[in-house]
Ligand binder design. Structure first.
Ligand code: ZN
Length: 501
């Protein structure tokens, strides 16, 4: 479109204003998660509430509804940037206008305080500290679902905020099938790992050396440090604070460099997606990631399909030895086996690729039960511990190793968790398609050349922004809806097939 109609231009101006306020909220959120002193929490909550209220008011103004209706009458092509923006703005507008401003303010305040208490509760491993805050959050997300409306389950209204169009009734059977597939793999995969000692990689890895090595790996896969940086947090994340500003965080274990390395590969995978979105559309849906399930596919793809491959260690082992001389006593194959050791464990973010999705399925199940009033908040630890033991054969003895380990509930993110597993499924499907479309891909990856894969992802996924819904995007790029086949084939070949890839 050469000249944009006045209604579209007005709408665009308003949406860029909203996006500016949201990006400021992003900056103070990043600060809260990295450097903010604890005593600042109450005032920070006021700051979030102020920005949240203003942004909500601007976005939900009646004038916006009028402009959207005008734009919808223009007959914009659905796959054009303008058409996609109007469709997505409408979706978000309808969701947002159903939430009263007073509700949004209350939710923001509650979340901000709950987050601080969760940190404290996790530190002391005391669920009872967090319990009253979680109760408030669960009440609020139920109210949110009621405001937003849903067909089959209130959970769908929450899930839709992270994975547009996804439904619990499809995820439940998909996960059940996946769980059966994983459980069937788990025994043989553990056997294959049995010869690899758990502490094979334990050693001395100074933080400064880890930082330089991680930065080198992140730059090699294509992360642009002119438009991003890495800081330290307890819970690693990737946040875009504005155009040209993508922040990654990680944590360091001086005895095990793989903790920070793989969290950086993961977060840099998110970062590559963010940096690959079309900059000219920043702050609009056409310049925004399509869903969390697609976002997570990018992080998982770089972390696991690339970073946990045999060829990755064949290439990077000699370089890693420059930074960590202790690794010289190991072969690339030993490092490969050590970073792919299958062993059930308590902490999701430390889980191996085979058991990882079992963690997700449990939290998804607990969330659905909480939202559907089939489980009381006070009973969460007992339920969690019982289910976890059944699934993994491990007894949870402290809440910090169980239901308190993850930040999401404290930030109101109920409905987010299934997107982790959808991400794994999407990653495997995308990787299969990337191989089909690029016969030189494996050779390039073996030589430490990541441009082929990145260029393909840029072209197929990143540049699309939110021009397609997640389901359409997966069908367009991989020829099918998100399913379990590619992921299970990958796990089977890698963990049970003998040699591994
Ligand atoms: Zn992630």
């Amino acid at each position: 479109m050469t000249t944009q109609p006045a209604c579209y231009r007005k709408l665009l101006k308003r949406m860029r204003e909203v996006s500016l306020l949201n990006s400021i909220a992003g900056v103070i959120e990043w600060d809260q998660n990295t450097y903010m002193p604890a005593a600042a929490a109450a005032y920070r909550a006021e700051q979030f509430a102020c920005l949240g209220e203003r942004s909500h008011r601007l976005f939900t103004a009646r004038a916006v509804g009028g402009l959207l209706t005008e734009c919808e009458q223009l007959g914009l092509a659905p796959d054009s940037v303008e058409g996609a923006n109007v469709r997505e703005w409408r979706h978000h507008y309808d969701r947002a206008t159903k939430l009263p401003a007073s509700f949004v303010v209350k939710f923001e305040r509650t979340k901000s305080l709950a987050y601080e208490v969760w940190r404290e509760a996790r530190g002391q491993s005391k669920f009872e500290l967090f319990q009253p805050h979680l109760s408030k959050i669960v009440d609020l997300v139920r109210q949110k679902a009621d405001y937003l409306g849903y067909e089959a389950s209130p959970y769908d209204a929450l899930l839709d905020g992270y994975e547009p169009g996804a439904r619990a009734e499809r995820i439940v059977p998909l996960f059940a099938e996946l769980r059966a597939g994983i459980v069937a793999l788990l025994g043989p995969a553990r056997e294959q790992s049995a010869a690899t000692p758990a502490d094979l990689l334990r050693g001395e890895y100074p933080i400064a050396a880890q930082q330089v090595f991680n930065q080198r790996v992140a730059a090699a896969i294509g992360f642009d440090f002119q438009a991003g940086r890495i800081d330290t947090t307890t819970h690693p994340f990737c946040n875009t604070l504005g155009a040209g500003d993508c922040r990654l965080t990680t944590r360091y274990d001086e005895k095990d460099f793989t903790d920070s390395l793989y969290s950086i590969l993961h977060e840099a995978g998110h970062g590559l997606y963010e940096q690959g979105l079309p900059a000219e559309h920043f702050g609009t849906p056409a310049g925004t990631a399509v869903s969390m399930g697609i976002h997570e596919s990018q992080s998982r793809l770089w972390e696991n399909h690339v970073g946990r491959s045999r060829t990755f260690w064949e290439y990077w082992h000699p370089i890693a030895c420059e930074y960590f001389p202790g690794l010289k006593s190991l072969t690339p194959d030993q490092v490969y086996r050590a970073v792919n050791r299958v062993h059930p464990s308590f902490i999701r973010t430390e889980a191996d690729q085979v058991t990882y999705d079992l963690h997700i399925m449990l939290r998804f199940e607990v969330e659905v039960k909480l939202v559907n009033r089939q489980l009381e908040v006070a009973d969460v630890p007992a339920y969690w511990n019982e289910q976890f033991e059944q699934m993994m054969g491990l007894k949870v003895t402290k809440d910090a190793d169980g239901c308190l380990q993850d930040v999401h509930w404290s930030t109101g993110g109920i409905g987010y968790f299934p997107t982790y597993t959808l991400g794994n499924l999407n990653a495997a499907q995308l990787m299969q398609s990337a191989r089909r479309g690029n016969p030189s891909l494996d050779g390039d990856l073996s030589a430490g050349r990541y441009e082929t894969l990145l260029a393909w992802l840029r072209q197929q996924v990143h540049r699309e922004g939110s021009c397609h819904r997640p389901r359409e995007l997966m069908e367009k790029v991989t020829g099918e809806r998100t399913g379990i086949r590619a992921h299970l084939d990958y796990l089977r070949e890698k963990f049970v097939g003998g040699q591994g890839t």
